[in-house]
Write a protein that binds this ligand. Structure first.
Ligand code: AMP
Ligand code: MN
Ligand code: MN
Ligand code: MN
Length: 282
């Protein structure tokens, strides 16, 4: 196990634990280095940093930026960012600005299939109203008995072609990578296994990502199956990208990996943490 986790979420975005509880949970599991990477938002970092200092955890400032690339949603993680950097802060604000309106449209489209009150219901699960997103709707729909768990809600209601899905334009890939790099961070293609794109499209994505200043890709991810790990390790080596590792933890009991520890990085990959000034603490 690596005692390090470079991707997780708090109540500042769509995680269920406040930053201090998230850090405490990671520390209790033996984690030595944690990056908090909330979606489009850095508001949880100050609390996480205070908690980490008291628990012997090295906190890396992170973010996960929502991008629309060729009509697909792609996530780009930024590690080691300065959250105060003006270009990054302003860019993230533009992404957050679209979320409430999108949530209203989602609620309207769910109302069309007879499911009323989801805007208010989702907001009740959201610690940071400007960060309202699909996960908050999913938790509300589970709570009201529309599905047995969050995964099932996504399948039935929240993915393309389903009644609660509203297409949305997120940031441009080059802008997102540019903001992260300008803010002193390393840009990382998050959970590449989630995009279900072929080899050619993946190499085009990597080409544009690299041209914009991106240098890393997640190889070990809570969103990857065990068989995807060596596959993306090979891709990282072939493409000369640094390799990252993170749980993508959101909430206890919501599936995926718990926060704090990640599976070992395959041999031959250059770990992104070598550039972050931290040890993997194996
Ligand atoms: P949003 O940025 O509001 O579109 O929400 C995206 C978030 O929804 C992701 O970060 C995940 O936390 C969650 N998500 C997306 N797809 C799924 C899925 N199939 N099952 C469970 N959670 C998902
Ligand atoms: Mn999420
Ligand atoms: Mn993601
Ligand atoms: Mn994530």
């Amino acid at each position: 196990m690596n005692l390090l986790d470079l991707h997780c979420h708090s109540t500042a975005s769509d995680g269920a634990l406040p930053p201090a509880e998230l850090v405490a949970r990671a520390a209790a599991r033996g984690c030595k280095t944690l990056a908090l990477t909330d979606h489009d938002c850095t508001a949880g970092l100050a609390e996480a940093r205070r908690a980490a200092a008291g628990q012997g955890v090295a906190l890396i400032n992170g973010v996960e930026v929502s991008v629309t690339w060729r009509k697909r949603t792609i996530h780009i993680v930024g590690l080691g960012i300065d959250p105060e950097h003006p270009a990054l802060a302003a860019g993230l604000q533009t992404i957050r600005d679209g979320r409430v309106e999108r949530a209203r449209k989602m609620a309207e489209s769910l109302a069309h299939v007879g499911i009323e009150g989801t805007f208010e219901g989702a907001m009740a699960h959201c610690g940071n109203p400007e960060m309202i997103g699909r996960t908050h709707f999913a938790r509300h729909l589970v709570e009201t008995g529309r599905a047995k768990d969050v995964q099932q809600v996504f399948k039935r209601y929240l993915v393309s072609g389903k009644p609660g899905y509203v297409p949305h334009q997120w940031a441009e890939l080059a802008d997102a990578v540019g903001w992260i790099v300008a803010a002193g961070g390393i840009a990382v293609i998050a959970h590449p296994g989630r995009y279900k794109i072929g080899k050619l499209l993946m190499s085009e994505l990597i080409g544009e990502f690299r041209a914009a200043g991106g240098t890393a890709i997640e190889v070990v991810s809570g969103s990857h199956s065990v068989s995807e790990i060596p596959q993306f390790a090979r891709l990282a080596r072939e493409q000369g990208l640094l390799a990252s590792s993170g749980s993508d933890f959101h909430a206890p009991g919501e599936g995926g990996r718990d926060v704090g520890l990640t599976l070992p990085m395959p041999e031959g990959c250059e770990p992104v943490w070598s550039r972050l000034g931290v040890e993997a603490a194996m």
